[in-house]
Ligand binder design. Structure first.
Ligand code: UT7
Length: 331
């Protein structure tokens, strides 16, 4: 009997309406469109304004509804909802549970998963393992972040990078051997000093002082993170190819976390694959943290063919990083 694999069988996404362009950022902080474009590849990003909706749950619900509408699945059949996010609605209770209730996933259990920019990649590992176990048949994995809720819009080193967005995928069992083939996930806690939010957790609870010191905003030592991201994302992607005997010709798509165009290019170069096999939308959305990978799948869904070999790769705060090899399951 064939081993059950976990395949992605549907994709949905949502980005908020407001477009924050580099030109507009020029009026907010000391920066230029030219600097942002050459250093990051970002031209614009989406921001969730209060008038449109509030909280990461708003984005997650919209992405999930888009998936449900496109695929025609009955939400009551969903066994589990995982929200990958670094910006949950609130520390307690789980945002995933609220999303599940709002979309009518009345028979699902749900929880949030946080691994910074690797949240969705780790979520793919979690969701696929549950499917492979045989215990669950339909798992909705959502990657959503309202990064604008933790960004200081007077700090030019971070406010030019991040954007808001959400994507969702459905994992189901597959008996043709399609879906997740292999994974290699890593962490290094020594990296937490380089990318973090200092306050608001148990280590440094919110106080007048922490607000005054701007310690509830995301801090990033960009140069250090860049150095680790470039080498580690490329290393795991190449390892994924070697371990599965994939040549650069075999790989149909690289699905890389969208943090910086230079990191994406370095990864693709090390893998030896052409740029037309690299999924990119950083120019339009910036770094949406947990949403980058499913937003790419949504944007490139039309081009994907059953049996295509995809390598997913991410690097983020923690440090957290890794790669997943997946065979696409539908046309
Ligand atoms: O997704 C999670 C993981 N995150 C990442 O992978 C992000 C990794 N890091 C990066 O992508 C890049 O480090 C950044 C895009 C954040 C920064 O680019 P960089 O090429 O590493 O710039 P830098 O920090 O070395 O700064 C170079 C110069 C500095 O000026 P001096 O010291 O050379 O005079 C900065 O002050 O650019 C200055 N600078 C800016 N100038 C115009 C920093 N931010 C800006 C800005 N506009 N927005």
């Amino acid at each position: 009997m064939n081993k059950t694999t976990a395949a992605i069988t549907a994709v949905g996404a949502y980005v908020p309406k407001f477009v924050l362009t580099n030109k507009l950022l020029e009026t907010m902080v000391e920066t230029t469109d030219e600097w942002i474009t050459t250093r990051t590849g970002i031209k614009e990003r989406r921001i969730l304004k209060k008038e449109e909706g509030e909280g990461t749950s708003y984005l997650g619900i919209k992405a999930a509804e888009n998936l449900i509408e496109k695929s025609g699945i009955d939400p009551a059949e969903i066994d589990m909802v995982i929200l990958a996010s670094a910006t949950p609605d609130m520390p307690v209770a789980a945002t995933a549970s609220y999303i599940a209730a709002e979309i009518g996933a009345v028979n699902a259990f749900s929880y949030d998963l946080q691994a910074a920019c690797s949240s969705f990649l780790y979520g793919m590992s979690t969701a696929s393992s549950y499917i492979e176990s045989g215990r669950y048949k339909k798992i909705l994995l959502i990657g959503a972040d309202k990064m604008s809720s933790i960004v200081d819009y007077t700090d030019r080193t971070t406010c030019i990078i991040f954007g808001d967005g959400a994507g969702a995928v459905l994992f189901e069992p597959n008996d043709e051997g399609l879906g997740v083939q292999d994974e290699y996930l890593r962490t290094d806690g020594g990296g937490r000093q380089f990318l973090k939010i200092d306050a608001g957790g148990s280590l440094l609870p919110a106080s007048e002082e922490t607000v005054k010191n701007k310690q509830h905003y995301v801090f990033q030592d960009g140069k250090s993170v860049f150095k680790f991201a470039v080498s580690n994302m490329a290393d795991v992607s190449v390892l994924m190819m070697e371990r599965n005997n994939l040549t650069y010709d075999d790989v149909n798509w690289l699905v890389p976390h969208q943090a910086n165009m230079r990191i994406i290019n370095a990864t693709a170069n090390r893998m030896g694959i052409d740029e037309n096999k690299v999924m990119v939308n950083i120019d339009r959305y910036g770094n949406t943290t947990s949403a980058t990978l499913p937003l790419l799948l949504h944007d490139y869904e039309d081009k994907l063919k059953k049996g295509d070999d995809l390598i997913f790769a991410a690097f983020g705060g923690g440090f957290t990083w890794g790669a997943i090899y997946l065979k696409w399951a539908y046309n």
